[in-house]
Design a protein around this ligand. Structure first.
Ligand SMILES: C[S@@+](CC[C@H](N)C(=O)[O-])C[C@H]1O[C@@H](n2cnc3c(N)ncnc32)[C@H](O)[C@@H]1O
Length: 275
């Protein structure tokens, strides 16, 4: 269990999540009610909920991280559980009827875009159900090529194992910046429409730039620290020989450049309320 506010590792994307929370604090502070429960839906490896809770980013309140992946919940519980921060496996959403209409803020960071439409609807209905009538859902939505990034990670991993090169793969997935920008606009308006269909109205939104700086040094730093490396890349990268870190980092950065992943550094933070 984590006992100190100071032991809170930040994964690459945690920086973005915290930035998004800070922006929301400014918006929500006009609303001076004390918040009672904050749920981080799809909390993943738990760092964001741990920051929100231990730094009291929405004031003193209970923070509950929920995730469908039991391994993540075990990890979060072992590493970050505090008096005010707990984590639960929500394989069965009906287990959480006790939260019905009790939650002031639901954060949903980088979750909706990975779900198919039917699952999205179930998730939004669940979040709406646990929310107080005047509560807020905070959605962080990447506007770039997130899905392709995952494919790219996977592909690098596979190709590292087979020692092949991944340039043909990159070429196959290359798209122009113009296409990416129009995809970003569509992603933003799709989210608002999906939430609207589920009975949620957009109260405010903001595009934010990512704090993540991907360069050879950042990647080398991640590779050199076993616990951060596992958080970011999984165990697969344990096998890379230390003397190849530099080469791997350079290849990785080239991948980002080729994929226009810079463009992926744009994300939208949107705040919704029940209609
Ligand atoms: C891309 S990760 C984002 C994790 C975390 N929110 C963050 O920003 O670090 C998406 C997370 O959503 C979780 N997830 C997907 N479907 C879910 C569902 N129906 N209920 C709860 N969690 C879900 C996944 O297990 C995964 O941890």
């Amino acid at each position: 269990m984590c006992n100190s506010k100071h032991y809170l590792p930040r994964r690459l994307h945690t920086e973005n999540n915290i930035k998004a929370v800070k922006w929301s604090q400014d918006y929500l502070k006009a609303d001076l009610r004390p918040y009672n429960i904050v749920v981080d839906f799809g909390c993943g490896t738990g760092e964001t909920a741990a920051h929100i809770g231990s730094l009291e980013m929405f004031g003193p309140c209970q923070v509950v991280g929920l995730d469908i992946n039991l391994e993540f919940i075990k990890h979060c519980t072992l590493k970050y559980r505090l008096n005010m921060v707990s984590y639960f496996w929500n394989q069965h959403p009906e287990d959480f009827v006790f939260l019905k209409n009790k939650v002031s803020i639901v954060t949903c960071f980088s979750v909706l875009h990975i779900l198919p439409p039917t699952k999205q609807k179930m998730v939004i209905d669940f979040m709406k159900d646990i929310l107080t009538h005047d509560g807020h859902i905070l959605v962080l939505h990447y506007l770039g090529r997130t899905e392709s990034c995952f494919q790219a990670y996977l592909e690098i991993h596979l190709q590292l194992q087979t020692k092949t090169k991944w340039r043909p793969y990159l070429n196959k997935h290359h798209r122009t910046l113009c296409t990416l920008e129009s995809e970003a606009k569509t992603a933003a308006s799709d989210l608002v429409q999906t939430m609207k269909k589920a009975g949620m109205r957009l109260t405010t939104k903001q595009e934010l730039a990512s704090s993540v700086i991907v360069n050879v040094n950042t990647i080398k730093t991640i590779l050199s620290n076993p616990s951060i490396r596992r958080l970011e890349f999984g165990q697969a990268y344990d096998d890379i020989p230390v003397d190849l870190y530099g080469e791997f980092a350079a290849e990785f950065c080239e991948l980002f450049k080729n994929f226009f992943i810079k463009n992926n550094s744009k994300f939208m933070m949107a705040i919704f309320q029940v209609v």
